[in-house]
Design a binder for this molecule. Structure first.
Ligand SMILES: *[C@@H]1O[C@H](CO)[C@@H](O)[C@H](O)[C@H]1NC(C)=O
Ligand SMILES: *[C@@H]1O[C@H](CO)[C@@H](O)[C@H](O)[C@H]1NC(C)=O
Ligand SMILES: *[C@@H]1O[C@H](CO)[C@@H](O)[C@H](O)[C@H]1NC(C)=O
Ligand SMILES: *[C@@H]1O[C@H](CO)[C@@H](O)[C@H](O)[C@H]1NC(C)=O
Length: 288
């Protein structure tokens, strides 16, 4: 008898949960993902533009993914009353412009992932008042510069991923308006950066990772690191031939610095090695 009961209850659970795994609203299908309640992947069925109020009034949604739906635009006001939404992923679409008014009212959002789009423009106020935002993922887009206004009103921000865009320089105050305490994780790998000005990171005191791999830096004086505490600094695979010995003490300030795969002159490389040893600095020269 108890076996039959437990067998029936298994059937019941399967029936109920499969019922809850998909639902439709405003022509969009919400598929539950990883069997996790609150985590949904959306199919927009050929709708390329998301319009005001389209995704609204869903009490229990916590994670939302809109991946590979060929979206070309998300209009301000698309998302409304999603009180529990913590993570929003709009990835591998074709969105060129992030407008003000799309995300600002998502009051509990911690992770916003916009990677693999064609973003080349982000309105200055696009992330204003996102008080809980911790992580912003903008990698694999077409951004040519960073607007210091973007992160003016994001007091919890600590992780910025700008890998594989088209950045050529990081001017003074690029991140000068950041008010969050950090420590920060900053990824700029795979851009075209040749220049980082003093005070580019002036809003940031403590940095756990600053990654500049695969850019076009030719040398470094370390002035943009002045006054910062850094755990990991990486500038592998740039175009650096030498760093002037006078600047060793300002460049190798992180707890660990990765420098391999540059165009090092042998003599210069040896000097760095000797200096690092004498000064007990962790400079990592090769991947082994
Ligand atoms: C997106 O566009 C591509 C190319 O036109 C097509 O093959 C694909 O099925 C579309 N995907 C969706 C989800 O509409
Ligand atoms: C944010 O989430 C918390 C915890 O789930 C909830 O208590 C709060 O009401 C949410 N905030 C808003 C503005 O809905
Ligand atoms: C941010 O909050 C301020 C004060 O409530 C408001 O005036 C402003 O319109 C908000 N910005 C955005 C982009 O929603
Ligand atoms: C650098 O290493 C020291 C010693 O392990 C540690 O206390 C400190 O927090 C590290 N710096 C950063 C920015 O993480």
């Amino acid at each position: 008898m108890s076996k039959i009961l437990s067998f029936l209850s298994v059937i019941y659970i399967l029936a109920v949960s499969s019922d809850a795994t998909t639902f439709e609203k405003n022509g969009i299908t919400y598929h539950m993902k990883y069997d996790m309640s609150g985590y949904y992947s959306l199919s927009t069925h050929g709708m390329h533009v998301l319009t005001p109020g389209l995704i609204a009034d869903i009490e229990n949604i916590e994670w939302m993914e809109i991946d590979q739906q060929n979206l070309t635009d998300v209009e301000p006001g698309t998302f409304r009353n999603l009180p529990k939404l913590r993570r929003l992923k709009i990835t591998a679409n074709n969105i060129p412009h992030i407008k003000t008014g799309i995300f600002n009212s998502l009051s509990n959002l911690t992770n916003l992932e916009l990677y693999v789009n064609s973003v080349y423009q982000i309105d200055p106020n696009a992330f204003d008042n996102m008080t809980t935002l911790k992580y912003i993922g903008l990698s694999f887009n077409q951004l040519e510069s960073v607007d210091p206004h973007w992160f003016l009103q994001t007091p919890s921000l600590e992780f910025i991923d700008l890998r594989y865009n088209r950045l050529t320089k990081l001017p003074a105050s690029s991140f000068g308006n950041i008010k969050s305490p950090g420590p920060f994780i900053l990824w700029f790998d795979g851009n075209y950066i040749t220049r980082i000005d003093k005070d580019a990171f002036s809003g940031m005191k403590t940095i756990s990772t600053l990654s500049l791999d695969g850019n076009k830096l030719k040398t470094m004086t370390g002035d943009f690191l002045l006054g910062r505490e850094i755990d990991w600094l990486s500038f592998r695979a740039n175009k650096i031939e030498c760093i002037d010995q006078r600047h060793f003490a300002t460049v190798f300030v992180a707890n660990y610095t990765k420098i391999w795969s540059n165009s090092w002159h042998m003599e210069c490389f040896k000097k760095i090695k000797t200096w690092a040893k004498e000064n007990h600095k962790n400079v990592l020269y090769d991947p082994y």
